[in-house]
Design a protein around this ligand. Sequence first.
Ligand code: F0G
Length: 427
Amino acid sequence: MIASRQICEACGEELGELDPASVCPTCGGLLELVHDFSGLGDQAALRARFAQRRSAMLGTDASGVWRYREIVLPSVGDEQIVSHPEGNTPLLLRPAVSSWTGIERLLMKHEGHNPTGSFKDRGMTVAMTQARRVGASAVACASTGNTSASLAAYAAQAGLRALVFVPAGQVALGKLTQTLAYGARTLVVRGNFAQCLTLAREASDALNIQLLNSINPFRLEGQKSIVFEMLEQLDWDAPDWIVLPAGNLGNTSAFGKALREAHGLGLIQQMPRIAAVQAEGASPFAQAFREHFARTICVEPETIATAIRIGAPASWARAIRAIRETNGAVTSVSDAEILEAKAVIDAAGVGCEPASAASVAGVARLRREGTIGAHERVVAVLTGHLLKDPGALVRYHQETEPPPARANRPIEIDPRVSEVERILSAS
Ligand code: F0G
């Protein structure tokens, strides 16, 4: 199998597939993986190969990432792979959510069904596999919580030491406790996510630790599989729009690369449009989109959606490419819109964490503004599980005064049937 190459997105410098550099050694630019797709056969043969692996109950083929290995990391050997397994997430249709957004038929790709409860596992299985391939003894990341939970779990499986940097007081309870439980050395930094990332980069360089943030190109290769799996679930009949929440912009970049490659290989005939949705208080990319990406913008971030509380996204240039190449859009939604979308998704029996609901809130906004048509085929990505952020749920349902319209307050009663009857007849 021919190895892939890593190419600097800024200066074009080329590195081998097994070079452990986290960024370009010459200019500091971000690296992109380029695979050799010659010899893959035609798209029908490739689709058939992917479909045939879907029946695997065990082993690498049972992973919703590695099932697409020819277009994720072709040269890797089965015995090198660190897989939970992950992926195989459902595509859900819930009329209550569709009608709230004003879209006739809104599908939700629920990445909260991954082993640690977020889409990060798809990137982490590839980045951890690569960390072992290059002989790393320790791995690190900065995180708003989900990446750290995922890194901790996969490092435990791989037998590598794990170090995570998280912003103090800004990580949801489910994520922080996962990270501790899986055994990562957890450093709570008095600063924001951008400061955590700078520290993680400096510490990784100084102490010879493999950095597994989404600036790491292998992470993006794994995250591309969200798109491949979604397209396969749609029988390779691409939707009009794919809508996702955006923070550090790794996932937006991965989606752009996945669509570029799927289209280039003939797996899909039509290019879907990507819509990236930010929280209003952390929306540098949405602001820049309104200015046609004339300049790079940084903000001091603030939002209840702590997963995307990021003011200086690292994958800026490659996310611009994803939006431009797909004729996409970037928008922002308020915390109130996020909370309402989340309450609708939760009450439909689906559930997700606040940042994930930004995608559905974004669909509703883009519909209202006329960017997305009511009859268009739209897939919104739910990036994390409901139980990631129990604090947000307690605040919304039990503590906010006056109660929000969709709050569901628990009712304390004496142990008597008459009490139950009283409550049932009142509601
Ligand atoms: N949704 C969730 C649930 C996330 O955890 C993140 C990012 C995003 C969306 C945005 O993805 O950064 O690729 O644009 N979480 C990172 C973390 C930053 O550390 O867990 P992005």
